[in-house]
Design a protein around this ligand. Structure first.
Ligand code: PGA
Length: 249
């Protein structure tokens, strides 16, 4: 039985004051979330602060990236042991904003994935097609290529140690959600592809949906058989909305 995971990707949002209020709000309503694990991925500069705010509450902490190297001369990167010290359980990798705005390739994302797994941090591996790719009918080929970058270099076992987030790029931050049927179709494709290599891993890996998931559409998306949670951007910045998504699981 796959557990539902609702992870908030705060992106580059927040201030010391707003994240304190946000975490207070999330903690206050957490006891009403029965069927989902909750996690938050703040900007790196706030990780340790948020760890403190989480305290004993059952909320996972994640970073928004992780370096592909252990330590050294990598200006601006986040070392895996540092993220562990900060209390991170997860690291988002390959988010479409990293891929499209900062030029991260499939190969680099795969290396970041390897470093996270090696360090005992669970990568939240983001994959997904652009609008142009969807319209030209290559959605499956794109997500397969993005998965293969990891599988070909690290084996299917590396997928067994991650969480996958299918995020159609055209749905991120646009208010245009994939319909539950559109999302389910790609999630089922991903699981079937993995199943050809390992039914055990395919059956157990959590596949989250991301892209304008909110309190109003979460229930329909989360009730699809192959959707195991959400990676939430905008709606994770309001405690009430984030909790409502958790409660709809
Ligand atoms: P959104 O972002 O929920 O604001 O669309 C999701 C994401 O980018 O992970």
């Amino acid at each position: 039985m796959r557990r539902t995971l609702i992870a908030g990707n705060w992106k580059m949002n927040g201030s010391l004051q707003s994240i304190t209020e946000l975490m207070d709000g999330i903690k206050a309503g957490l006891n009403e979330v029965d069927n989902a694990d909750m996690a938050v991925c703040p900007p790196a500069v706030y990780l340790m602060k948020v760890k403190g705010l989480i305290g004993e509450a059952n909320i996972g902490l994640g970073s928004q990236n992780i370096c592909d190297q252990a330590s050294g001369a990598y200006t601006g990167e986040l070392g895996p042991s540092m993220l562990k010290e900060a209390g991170c359980k997860y690291a988002i990798i390959g988010h479409s904003e990293r891929r499209s705005l900062y030029g991260e390739s499939d190969e680099l994302v795969a290396k970041r994935h390897a470093m996270a797994v090696e360090s005992g941090i669970t990568p939240i591996l983001c994959i997904g097609e652009t609008l142009e790719e969807r319209e030209s009918g290559v959605t499956e080929a794109v997500v397969a290529r993005q998965l293969d970058a990891v599988i070909d270099t690290q084996g299917i076992e590396a997928i067994g140690k991650c969480v996958i987030a299918y995020e159609p790029v055209w749905a991120i931050g646009t208010g245009k959600t994939a319909t539950p049927e559109q999302a389910q179709a790609v999630h089922a494709f991903i699981r079937a592809k993995l199943s050809a290599l390992s039914t055990h891993i395919a059956d157990n890996v959590q596949i989250l949906y991301g892209g304008s998931m909110n309190a109003a559409n979460a229930k329909d998306l989360l009730s699809q058989p192959d959707i195991d949670g959400g990676l939430i951007g905008g709606a994770s910045l309001k405690a009430e909305d984030f909790l409502a998504i958790g409660k709809s699981a």
